[in-house]
Design a protein around this ligand. Structure first.
Ligand SMILES: Nc1nc2c(c(=O)[nH]1)N[C@H]1C(S)=C(S)[C@@H](COP(=O)(O)OP(=O)(O)OC[C@H]3O[C@@H](n4cnc5c(=O)[nH]c(N)nc54)[C@H](O)[C@@H]3O)O[C@H]1N2
Ligand SMILES: Nc1nc2c(c(=O)[nH]1)N[C@H]1C(S)=C(S)[C@@H](COP(=O)(O)OP(=O)(O)OC[C@H]3O[C@@H](n4cnc5c(=O)[nH]c(N)nc54)[C@H](O)[C@@H]3O)O[C@H]1N2
Ligand SMILES: [Mo]
Length: 759
């Protein structure tokens, strides 16, 4: 067991620490140095798309871009370890369920399709055709197709996602919960009515021209390390980088580029943020409102601050916003943001002083009750000076999973637009289901109620990623059948329905051989660039199928004569699937030809052309009140005597969502452990405890249910008073199922009212 310690990290993000970590990663996955070939092929014109994150690649044309966490993601898939039938023979499912999430994935790549045998409590190998027949039997026996639920995680390629949504809609339901429901759902919900698109408006080139980059609730040093390259370059040419984050994240402070030999040789680094505002958790709406109030007051005082031409020509609702800002009280803004009036004014001055501004945001914005309102306020801020739809400016929601944006584009959406359904009906001659389906949280409810009976997951780890862990487990265990298409063993495979299947698939890094030869798939990054990903490694096992092949064979087995789609023929050559995509989505005209160009192509984004696909044909300023009714506000009112904290749950440097690579969080100085809770030293004292003590965390909620997570070590940290931070997924038992973002349904995993009790 590795030594547990807490030690302040003095290095920059990246640098020698990153290189050392990569060496350890390769050793751990038994990848010989020749494995470096795999790593060098990530994000290359003829290689695979890095499964690490959705940040776009500058280097689809040129040199290798070093990314520590990209290496970890690739190595996790290219590992030499195997979780074959012997593993399942050795352990009952109950034994496997007793292991940690880390241990489960650490067994390596799945090699055979497996079926749960209840009599012996073991998973046993099953032939692919039998597996598809079993699923088809269950699906076709359901009296109502809406009793089946089809989850998607965002690594799934466009080709697999397209076939999947077509199959499921022909089967008869829109039940498509996906990881996006837990992630950037509020970004789409906020921007669609406001500016007519649910995606970011910027490209990577815009980062070269921005004078100021505002970053809200995002930790790029860990989660989008390649973004640090853009930020470093921006800083070097004098752009302002303004971070809003309750924690001081190392990657937002300083970065050493491992490919800069001078910086490395001299142990140098480049600062990232020029301004760092350590606001209170959930305080962003108030903070942005303060920034905007300053802008309006400056306009009122001296004029010439706003982009009047943009406001008049392109927007609605400005007067209402301005009146609301003028009437807002600085005292309330200070109290709710945790920033001073002077800090908000100084951020406002940076905003006014910059001709071109980009605003980026991540999970620190999207996982709150008021996420949608907060994002609309960020976009309002951009619009005050016309920072939309011109070079160097725009909105940049930074997506997580490498193809989460593409999956939504392909129609993985529980609330599909009518136009998509109309088109599917026309092209394939069937009547698509019109009723909206369930999102992630609603899916859990349906399974709990006994309404959801078959759960099928294309990737991901539903049992660990979702809120209210033990409720979710109860839900999955009530199903007649659970099926997981996966690369690695995880919690969702051992918390299963009466019948259960694990279907092992190829990963991005692997050669996908079909009748017409090796196939590439396509993905869409956070900036709407669509490009090809080609695997280069031999498959982890000869029994693996690709995701498109799994979907096609399942569709053929389930729908039979009822479907006119030539499922098996389509997967012989994925170019045929892309031709189908082109038939349904006009934006994909000439798909095969356009994607053959190295680097691919950018999908049209109307807002970036100042074309507003909204109800009014204009972009809508959308003011919001400062939220004073959050669960924390209410809990504090009810528990005047106790100390109610707001807990944010986040990622360590050594994890990919529910996949735990290791027990360190280098930049935050945590080693050999994950059950820690970051807390202000004064709050520790006020509790009568000391740094290093163990506590249990209890959720304060109003439904009478006890929710707790036990045995967390207090770590004194630079975090606002009244706020706590701890790692996900260990803290998911604390997130109530009913705690979701307004108008988006996203679990509020960044603001859970909790109390601490000494262990
Ligand atoms: N290595 C690695 N890369 C990843 C992932 C991974 O797990 N590991 N996950 C992928 C996925 S799916 C996603 S969605 C992204 C996630 O990437 P991020 O969006 O960076 O997500 P988190 O790690 O949850 O961190 C959110 C940040 O928000 C801050 N924060 C928390 N609450 C608030 C708040 O109220 N206000 C503000 N302003 N800040 C707040 C936290 O301190 C933290 O710095 O990364 C993707 N890339
Ligand atoms: N408390 C709390 N909860 C959260 C969050 C948070 O910040 N706090 N973040 C949320 C966010 S942003 C997200 S996106 C979700 C993530 O939710 P998910 O996407 O469901 O979870 P992952 O951990 O990314 O899924 C990991 C599993 O995916 C499988 N896998 C990996 N590669 C492939 C592949 O190529 N194909 C297939 N079929 N399977 C593959 C492996 O078996 C692995 O075990 O979690 C959410 N949950
Ligand atoms: Mo995500």
């Amino acid at each position: 067991m590795k030594e547990q310690k807490i030690a302040f990290y003095t290095g920059p993000a990246g640098g020698w620490g990153a290189l050392g970590s990569v060496k350890n990663t390769l050793l751990r996955q038994d990848i010989p140095l020749k494995g470096a070939k795999t790593l060098l092929s990530a994000n290359q014109p003829d290689g695979f798309d890095c499964p690490g994150c959705a940040w776009p690649d500058r280097n689809h044309h040129s040199a290798f871009e070093f990314c520590e966490n990209g290496v970890k993601a690739v190595a996790a898939e290219a590992t030499a370890r195997r979780a074959g039938p012997e593993l399942f023979e050795r352990h009952t499912v109950q034994e496997l369920a007793g292991q940690s999430d880390f241990w489960l994935e650490d067994q390596g790549r799945l090699t055979h399709p497996m079926r749960y045998d209840a009599a012996s409590d073991h998973y046993r190998p099953i032939a692919w055709d039998e597996a598809f027949a079993l699923i088809a039997k269950h699906l076709n026996a359901l009296p109502d197709p809406n009793q089946a639920i089809f989850y998607t995680s965002g690594r799934t390629s466009n080709e697999a996602a397209f076939l999947y949504q077509l199959f499921v809609r022909q089967y008869g339901t829109n039940n498509f919960p996906d990881c996006s429901n837990m992630c950037h759902e509020p970004s789409g919900s906020a921007m669609r009515p406001q500016i007519g698109v649910g995606k970011g408006t910027v490209t990577l080139q815009d980062f070269e021209h921005a004078d100021a980059i505002f970053i809200f609730g995002q930790n790029p040093g860990t989660n989008h390390p390649r973004m640090l390259g853009e930020l470093r370059a921006a800083h070097k040419r004098g752009a302002r980088i303004v971070s809003f984050n309750p924690l001081r994240e190392r990657g937002l402070e300083r970065f050493a580029d491992p490919q800069d030999t001078l910086e490395m040789a001299t142990f140098g680094s480049t600062p990232i943020s020029t301004h760092y505002f350590q606001l209170r958790v959930g305080g962003d709406l108030a903070a942005v409102k303060g920034v905007m109030k300053h802008v309006i007051e400056q306009e009122d005082a001296r004029g010439g601050v706003l982009d009047r031409a943009f406001i008049t020509g392109h927007t609605t609702g400005f007067d209402a916003l301005a009146a609301d800002l003028r009437a807002e009280s600085w005292a309330l803004l200070e109290q709710e943001s945790g920033l001073t009036e002077a800090q908000m004014r100084s951020a406002g001055d940076v905003y006014i002083g910059a001709d071109r501004v980009i605003a980026c945001w991540g999970m620190g914005i999207t996982q709150h009750l008021h996420s949608v309102a907060t994002i609309q306020m960020i976009v309002d801020l951009l619009m005050l000076r016309g920072n939309l739809g011109r070079e160097g400016a725009g909105a940049c929601p930074v997506r997580g999973h490498s193809n989460v944006q593409g999956d939504r584009t392909m129609g993985i959406w529980e609330k599909p637009p009518a136009a998509l359904l109309d088109r599917l009906g026309e092209v394939y001659g069937f009547a698509p289901p019109r009723a909206h389906g369930v999102d992630t949280v609603e899916a859990i409810r349906q399974m709990l109620d006994g309404q959801g009976k078959v759960f099928f997951a294309l990737g991901g780890n539903f049992a660990a990623a979702t809120p209210d862990t033990y409720e979710t487990w109860k839900a999955l265990r009530r199903c007649d059948l659970t099926v997981h298409v996966a690369t690695k063993l995880n919690r969702s495979h051992v918390v299963h329905g009466r019948e259960a299947l694990i279907l092992p698939c190829l990963g991005r890094t692997e050669i996908d051989m079909q009748a017409a030869g090796p196939q590439g798939v396509t993905v869409e990054d956070s900036m709407s660039m669509v490009h090809v990903s080609m695997g280069i490694n031999p498959p982890a096992s000869e029994h693996l199928l690709s995701e498109p092949a799994i979907v096609a064979r399942l569709a053929a087995a389930t729908l039979g004569e009822k479907s006119r789609v030539p499922w098996l023929w389509l997967v012989e050559d994925y170019a045929r699937i892309r031709d189908e995509i082109e038939k349904v989505f006009p934006d994909f005209h000439g798909f095969n030809a356009r994607v053959a160009v190295p680097g691919g192509f950018r999908l049209r984004n109307t807002a970036s052309e100042r074309v507003w696909a909204t109800a009014s044909g204009k972009a809508a300023f959308t003011p919001h009140a400062v939220p004073c009714d959050t669960p924390t506000h209410r809990a504090r009112a009810r528990h005047a005597g106790g100390v109610v904290f707001t807990l944010l749950t986040t990622r360590s440097h050594d994890q990919y969502n529910t996949t735990i690579y290791g027990m360190d969080d280098r930049y935050r100085g945590v080693y050999g452990q994950r059950r820690v809770v970051f807390i202000h030293p004064e709050d520790i004292r006020a509790l009568g405890l000391k740094d290093g003590d163990r506590v249990h965390i209890h959720t304060v909620w109003d439904d009478g249910q006890e929710r707790r997570a036990e045995g967390f070590r207090l770590v004194a940290y630079d975090i606002p008073r009244g706020n706590l931070a701890a790692y996900y997924p260990e803290t998911n038992p604390l997130v109530p199922l009913s705690a979701v973002a307004l108008a988006a349904g996203t679990p509020t995993s960044k603001s859970i009212p909790v109390m601490l009790v000494a262990a």
